[in-house]
Design a protein around this ligand. Structure first.
Ligand code: NAP
Length: 248
């Protein structure tokens, strides 16, 4: 049995990394996938083709998750193309790491806009549709860094902790309409985002993880399949750490 058969799903930031992994895994479970990217048009086009070949409906949209208007326009387009939205995965995210001493105002604002305000933008944009359907699952991508903090990532940690507060509030506001909101908090997942770190830092992260390896986009995607599917019908307002035991 395919767990997401016939469900229509929007994922932000699926041209690379974790979002790409989620889109691929969701399509394999029978979901139709609308996904966004910021500038990677080539990889986005390739993914659209790959998913379509799996027999599901798939479409890539260039859309800036940080822009309120762009998110409104995106959801309008997706509704025209897909008619219904069952699941929203707010995955798009960036880092601009620095110690507070060296962090510019722009670096703080940009990370908050792309990582946190995007979640507000997209939730606002799908809210009416999900309320009308009296059904929906929203999955927001936080990080273990949002739970624990991290030196050199105060902007990123603030954005990811903000996502948890926002999501718990949505679980309370929207629960009575059968709209569930949960958070996935990945640990160290090996993608382009983490490739920026130096080899010594990466080795240190791996060593500190009880399961002794970095995670893969598939590890995160599997948790998202569960939260998107009716298997998690009685779960809302939760933070699921997918981190190889890192914060244990
Ligand atoms: P990634 O490889 O850098 O990919 C980021 C994705 O987000 C790309 O598809 C990118 O599109 C898209 N994106 C960036 N800015 C955007 C914007 N303004 N509007 C729309 N899309 C935008 O990152 P990743 O490692 O897969 O991370 C995905 C999510 O997981 C992020 O929220 C991140 O914070 C979180 N996370 C990652 C890790 C980790 O270890 N990797 C750990 C914890 C949490 P383009 O390709 O067009 O630029």
């Amino acid at each position: 049995m395919k767990l997401l058969e016939g469900k229509n799903i929007i994922i932000t930031g699926a041209s690379r990394g974790i979002g790409h992994g989620i889109a691929t895994a969701f399509a394999a479970q029978g979901a139709n996938v609308a996904f966004t990217y910021s500038s990677s048009a080539g990889p986005a086009e390739a993914l659209e083709k790959e998913l379509t070949e799996k027999g599901v409906k798939a479409k890539a949209y260039q859309s800036d998750a940080a822009s309120f208007e762009a998110c409104q326009e995106l959801v309008k387009q997706v509704l025209e193309d897909f008619e219904q939205i069952d699941v929203l995965v707010n995955n798009a995210g960036i880092t601009k790491d620095n110690l507070l001493m060296r962090m510019g105002e722009d670096d703080f604002d940009k990370v908050i806009e792309v990582n946190l305000k995007s979640v507000f933008n997209m939730t606002k944009a799908v809210q009416r549709t999900m309320l009308k359907q009296r059904k929906g699952s929203i999955i927001n991508m936080s990080s273990v860094v949002g739970v624990k903090g991290n030196a050199g990532q105060s902007n990123y940690a603030a954005s990811k902790a903000g996502i948890i507060g926002f999501s718990k509030s949505m679980a309370l506001e929207l629960g009575s309409r059968n709209i569930r909101t949960n958070v996935v908090a990945p640990g160290f997942i090996e993608t382009e985002m983490t490739e920026k770190l130096d080899e010594k830092t990466i080795a240190g992260w791996r060593d500190a993880i009880p399961l002794k390896r970095g995670g893969t986009p598939e590890d995160i995607a599997n948790a998202c399949i569960f939260l998107a599917s009716d298997m998690s019908a009685y779960i809302t307002g939760q933070v699921l750490q997918v981190d190889g035991g890192m914060l244990t």
